[in-house]
Structure formats: C-alpha cells, structure tokens
Design a binder for this molecule. Structure first.
Ligand code: ZN
Ligand code: ZN
Ligand code: FE
Length: 758
C-alpha cells in the first residue's frame, strides 16, 4: 500500500490550547509517524502513513479541534517519503513569520475544579491548578510561541510529577505551559496593610475570615488586583467607596455560582450563558429588590454587574467565606490603570486595602475584567478585555497592516493583519498621565506578539488627544486622521462584515467634528472610505467646555437659555427655582459673549441637560452617569408617548430641533408629571426622531441598512426600541455584539477607515 507524507501548517489560536496533543492523538490512533511542533506561525505537522489514514487524519484535524482552538487557516503540501521513524512532538522553533495567535485567559475548567475539591488529589486546594484547557494565557505571556520559558511561569521549574504530566501526550496536562503543583508552583501569601507577611497556615482562609469581618482585601487575580469586600456589608462597602474616592461608579460583585446570582438578580437565558462562558465577563443584570447586596455597591442603578469566579483562588476564597457575594472591583484609584505587581499594589493601594492576598506568579499583562450587558437577547460588550483579548475579530476584507490608536476615553488600540483585527485590552482614560505608560506598553506588547509592522497609523481628528499626538509623532509611517463618528459606524460595519454605503446613526458624548465642533448626535451616510454628515442635533453651546461634561446643570441652563432666552428665569420649575443665580448669571454671560462655550451636537449632552432639568443629577462623578441615571429613571414606565422633536431641513441636510422638546418638558415639570414618565417620553422622542430621520435618508438615497453605534447605544432602552422600530419599518439594522458601541470599539473603525483611505 502506498505511503504518503504531508507537511501541514495550522494557523490561528493553536498554541497553549492543547492542539499538539490533539494532533498527536489523532496521528497515533492512525499509526502515523512524523513530528508536531509549535512555530512562530502556528503548528507545523509532518505526518506519514497510508494514504487513507493520512486523509482521515486531515479530515479530523480541524473539525475535532480542542474547544479553545480558533483555526484561521490550514495549509497542506506534499513531501517526499522518508525512512521509518516514530511520532514525536518537537520543541518549539521560532519561524521567521509570527502568525501564531496567543489565546486569551480561560476560567478554570470543571476537570480542574474536581481535582481541586478532591482530598486524594495531589493538587487538592492548590490555588494555581490548571490544565491544557484552562488557566492563564495572555496575562502571563511575554512573547510567542507560547511556551513556558516565555511566560512568567519560567520562574517555576517543574517537579518530576508535573514534568511527567507535561511530557505525556495522553495526559490532560500534556504541554500545559502553566502546569504547577504545591511542590513546584506559585504560592499565595497574606500581607498586612504595610506589606508584612502574616504567619498563617492558610492565607486564603485567613483572608476569607477577615473579609467576613468587614476588611478590604486586595486580591491578586489574572490581569491585576481586585479590591474585595463583603458585598452584603453596608459599612464595609461604604468604607471601600470612601477610600477609593469613587463616589458613584458601581462596583462589580462576584458570587460563587449561578443559583446565588439568581437569588438577587434576574438572570435570563443569554445572561446565564454569558456568565458561565470561559471568558467569565462581568454581566450587567437587573437587580431584584429587596436585595441582600448593599445599596452602596451600585447606587442609583437598577442593574448590578455580576460575575462568577474564574481562578481557582476565587473558588477557594468562596469556599472559605461566609459571605456569598464579594465586591471585586479593579484595584486602582478612580481611573488609573489596574495594579499588577505586588510592590506596585502595596504602594498604590496603601491605605485602601487592609490586607493583601498575593502570590509569586507575576502578571505580564495588565487586563481588566470584561463587561457585557444583554439587550434584545444579545450580548452587548461595554468593555472587551480579559477573556476576549487577544482573540481577533475576523474581517471580511484584507487590507494593509494598520495600527489604530483609539480615542481618549476607554481607550483600546487595534492592529490589523490580513483578515484579522486584534483589539487590545481596555487601556483606560488617557486623560490620566498614569495611563500613558500603559498605552505605550500595550502597543509595544501587541506589536511584538503579533509581529505587525504597521504601514498606516490611524488616529482621531482631535488635535489634543494623547493618542493622536502619539500617532502624529511616529516617524516613517503614514498617519491618517479619522473622524470619530465615522470610526464608530465603520466599527459597526466591520464587526457585521458588511460593505457600505449605510445609514449610520452615531450617538454619543464627544467626538471632534470636521468643522471643529463637538459632534455626538449624528446621522451619516458612510462607507469605509468616506462619509457624509446628513443630519445632526442642532448645535448648543457648552458653557465652560469640559466643565459642562462634569456638571450637567450647565447643559440644562444652556438649553433653557437657547430656547427661552431671558424668560428662562420665569419658568416655574424646580430646576430654575433652585438655580444659584450668581453662578447662572456668570454662565449666561459666557454664553452671550461666546467665551469658552464650544458648540456641540452631542446626544450625551442632551441626555445630561434633560437629567439635570428633571432633578436627577446636577454633577457627575464618572462618564455617562447622568445619562445612565436618566435611563434608570424610566423604572417600569411604559408606552409609546413621546415628546416632539423637530426635523428641519438645513442646507443640504437636516437638523434635529429641540425647542418643542424643552417646551413640553417644562410644561410636564410644572404639572408634576412623574419623572419616570418624562424620562420615557424623552427616550421615545429620540427613538421616533432617529427612526424618522432614517426614513428621510432612505427616501433620498435608497439605502436600507442602518448601523447603530456610539456610547449612547449602551443605553438599553434606546438600543432595543430604536432597533425594533427600524426593523418594523423595513430597515436592515446592524448593531454591536463583539466590540463595544462606545469608545472601546473606536479603534476597530479607525483601522478600517485608514485601511480604505486614499
Ligand atoms: Zn483545567
Ligand atoms: Zn509540580
Ligand atoms: Fe464616541
């Protein structure tokens, strides 16, 4: 019988996910001989055997791949037969080309959890148990190929038992790069607030006891430290909030299992699936009241961000804790990057944490938890980070290699290569100097592990953004400025794998416009190469510029002054009656003289103005707070009643006029209409207006497809209702499910626009 020999290359996420043992098993079952190796490009296989057996091997290679593998391509070529040999896995070699994709971090698997709980197992209660199917990846890798000596596990030589598992192709820890046990692997320790190691035989049990007593404990996780407290302990949560200086921003809550979560949140089918995925994101769920969770965990929110344990350490902590719910919030001060190193945590969290539950496995990459909501039955990422990064977003077209540097807030960067887009983990707000270093590290690391030499660097048009200035300072590459809302719409098109032109409704807070004004309530006709602005919210001034973002009452005053002029002081509504007349006059002067009052068409600022006018929030402590609280204020109000919003022709396009909206709001306020009802009518007004606008654009252009993007679509009511309204009017509607609708998804769109640029 004739023998054949094939050289096979497999591309994608095939390293550190058990692909070589899988190939080894397939080959040995069919009595093939040859070699299997990780390379810089993926996995290289050289197999020889009877023609039928080799064909059978090939047929199963991709289809039966291990659960964490993501295959993006397979190349097969014929090789000359050779003399007899055996079947071997070769040590990794470094190819010239690095296409091997690194896997994301994976929550501890059920097999490992069983061993963790088994007193007879040699890893009983070992906090770093992992296997080929689970454990850290991205956050411990310095480089590729993904091999132990290129990870932070290099510091832990394997003991003979671990090594045996590692080398045995039939073992479920065969080539598990983070393999470790009590004898050879990382260990935990408990430190006091000053970094002194506490004498205890069980640091986890001791930490749990202190949590139960109300302490704030910094817990080292996969991509950084968390600050933990008992989520049911009002006093402890208040203490954490006070120390963290995070006045209103909600904390995430970790609970040991789905049943526990279901006891205080409404968990739908899709949410249940998301919570239990190996990515283990924080899922935003409606909180059931009365709730055992302290009010200060998520003040003025109807939703709670909850997630399940994803490291063995988390599981052990819950086994030792009385509390069934722990606040687990990123360990940082306000918007600084999350702390990852032990000494860094001690320094930066000094005074924040009473204790530090640390370990000696280093974190190579900072990576915050991911956050997802479920809207209209689908996952909606708010933050795409740990568990998802660096898994690429598949593109429908191939372009030149691009680096897109993202926006200013919730920054991410994006590299493209071939038909793949690699979004970085959440970098954070580049308004903070502390985040700059993290931004540069993120770019350098991704560039290294992806081996991408960008030909084009894409950035926002805003001349003062840190990322834009950074991009413009690059030498030897072409820099392309991309309009913010064009990038949002392109991001939505890209993840939906469609070509333009489309009708793009881009609703968000802040984006630099081509006219130098601040856009944010925009209707575009766009493809990747270009866009036309066909409609927008009518401009209003933002008194004090940036200050108007922090103080929504300024926007309410600006809108009232715009629509009612001096007679605004005669409006008998609580907002006006409670105005500080002195400060209001200063602002009105600024507006009259046009001093420090940039014009904006922002949807976010309109939300702010309405929230302030309704008495919901006059000042914010985090981005989007007023809009979120205005959405939450709907609180069960239902119906289709809407305030009028005028659409008026304006040159070659349309403007959305807010005069009638504010007249009706003022009238309802005077009649004492419930706040929830007013919030509902305001949301409906936006839904109706943008649906009508889409209709007008369709009449003019014949376009049927609408993309919804921008941070305002993190508003569940707005997204769900506008989507269903547009669908009922016969539009094809595209929304975000893989990357955030907010600025966290911006870099993907920038990359697509730059790749199509002239
Ligand atoms: Zn496992
Ligand atoms: Zn060991
Ligand atoms: Fe935006």
């Amino acid at each position: 019988m004739s023998e054949v020999r094939k050289g096979i290359e497999v591309f994608g996420i095939v390293q550190g996910v058990g692909f070589r043992p899988h190939a080894y098993r397939l080959a040995s079952e069919r009595q093939l001989i040859g070699t299997i190796a990780n390379t810089g490009a993926g996995v290289a296989i050289d197999v020889q055997g009877p023609r039928q057996a080799v064909a059978d091997f090939l047929a199963h290679l991709a289809t039966d791949a291990p659960p964490l593998a993501r295959i993006t391509g397979v190349k097969v070529r014929d090789l000359p037969d050779r003399a007899n040999g055996n079947l071997r896995i070769l040590p990794s070699r470094e190819g010239v080309e690095r296409r091997a994709l690194l896997s994301a971090d994976v929550a501890v698997c059920d097999d490992c959890l069983r061993e963790l709980a088994d007193p007879a197992d040699r890893r009983y209660r070992y906090p770093f148990i992992n296997c080929t199917n689970c454990g850290p990846r991205f956050t411990i890798a310095h480089d590729i190929p993904y091999d132990r000596h290129r990870t932070t596990m290099a510091a832990f030589p394997m003991c003979p038992d671990c090594l045996r598992e590692y080398e045995e192709p039939r073992d479920r820890r065969f080539h598990a790069q983070a393999n470790a046990c009590w004898a050879c692997g990382p260990q935990v320790a408990l430190w006091d607030g000053d970094g002194r190691c506490l004498e205890t035989s069980d640091p986890i049990a001791e930490a749990a006891a202190r949590l139960d007593a109300g302490a704030v404990v910094a817990v080292k996780g996969l991509g950084g430290f968390h600050l933990a407290v008992d989520a049911t302990d009002d006093e402890a949560v208040r203490r954490l909030r006070r120390r963290k200086g995070r006045v209103g921003k909600p904390f995430a809550v970790m609970a040991p299992d789905l049943d526990t979560i279901a006891a205080f949140c409404d968990v739908g089918e899709e949410a249940r699936r998301l919570l239990a995925t190996p990515e283990r994101p924080i899922v935003l769920l409606p909180e059931r009241k009365p709730s055992p969770i302290a009010d200060d965990v998520a003040p003025r929110q109807a939703r709670l961000g909850v997630f399940l344990p994803y490291t063995p350490l988390h599981h052990l902590l819950f086994q030792a804790c009385r509390s069934r719910a722990l606040v687990m919030t990123s360990a940082n001060l306000s918007e600084e990057p999350i702390a990852i190193h032990n000494d860094e945590a001690l320094r930066r969290l000094h005074g924040l944490a009473d204790l530090f539950l640390v370990h000696d496995r280093k974190i190579a990459r900072r990576c915050d938890d991911s956050v997802v909501a479920v809207v209209a039955g689908r996952p909606r990422p708010f933050r795409r980070s740990r568990g998802y990064v660096p898994v690429p977003i598949p593109l429908h077209v191939e372009g030149p290699p691009v680096l897109a540097v993202g926006g200013e807030l919730k920054n991410t960067v994006c590299f493209t290569k071939g038909r793949l887009a690699f979004l970085s983990q959440h970098v954070g707000d580049l308004e903070n100097a502390e985040t700059y270093a993290s931004f540069e590290e993120t770019v350098a690391h991704l560039q290294r592990v992806l081996r991408i030499e960008p030909e084009v660097v894409a950035c926002d048009l805003h001349p003062d953004y840190f990322a834009t200035r950074w991009a413009l300072a690059r030498k030897g590459v072409r820099c392309v400025g991309v309009q913010h809302h064009h990038a949002h719409i392109a991001s939505c098109m890209a993840e939906n794998r469609i070509e333009g032109p489309v009708i793009g409704l881009a609703l968000d807070g802040t984006g630099y416009g081509t006219d130098g004004r601040i856009w944010g309530g925009e209707a575009l006709v766009a493809d990747y190469a270009a866009f036309e602005r066909v409609a927008h919210l009518a401009y209003v001034p933002m008194p004090g510029g940036e200050a108007a973002i922090r103080e929504p009452w300024r926007m309410a005053l600006a809108y009232l002054a715009h629509h009612f002029k001096r007679s605004l002081f005669d409006l008998a509504v609580p907002f006006v009656e409670q105005l500080d007349r002195g400060r209001a006059d200063v602002l009105l002067q600024m507006l009259r003289r046009g001093v420090n009052s940039p014009l904006t068409s922002s949807c976010g600022r309109l939300f702010d103005a309405v929230a302030a006018l309704l008495g919901i929030r006059q000042r914010v402590t985090y981005e989007g707070q007023a809009a979120i609280e205005l959405e939450m204020a709907i609180d069960g109000a239902q119906g289709d009643a809407a305030y009028p919003l005028g659409i008026v022709p304006h040159g070659a396009c349309w403007q959305i006029d807010t005069q009638a909206l504010f007249e009706h709001l003022v009238a309802d306020l005077r009649q004492g209409v419930p706040t929830g009802e007013m919030s509902l009518r305001f949301h409906n007004a936006l839904v109706h207006a943008f649906a009508r606008l889409a209709g007008l654009v369709r009449e003019r252009t014949g376009l049927q497809r609408v993309c919804l993007s921008g941070g305002s679509f993190q508003n569940a009511y707005l997204l769900a209702h506008l989507q269903s309204r547009l669908l009922s009017e016969g539009f094809a509607v595209y929304t975000h499910e893989r990357v955030p609708a907010g600025d966290g998804g911006l870099s993907l769109g920038q990359a697509m626009v730059a790749a199509h640029g002239r």
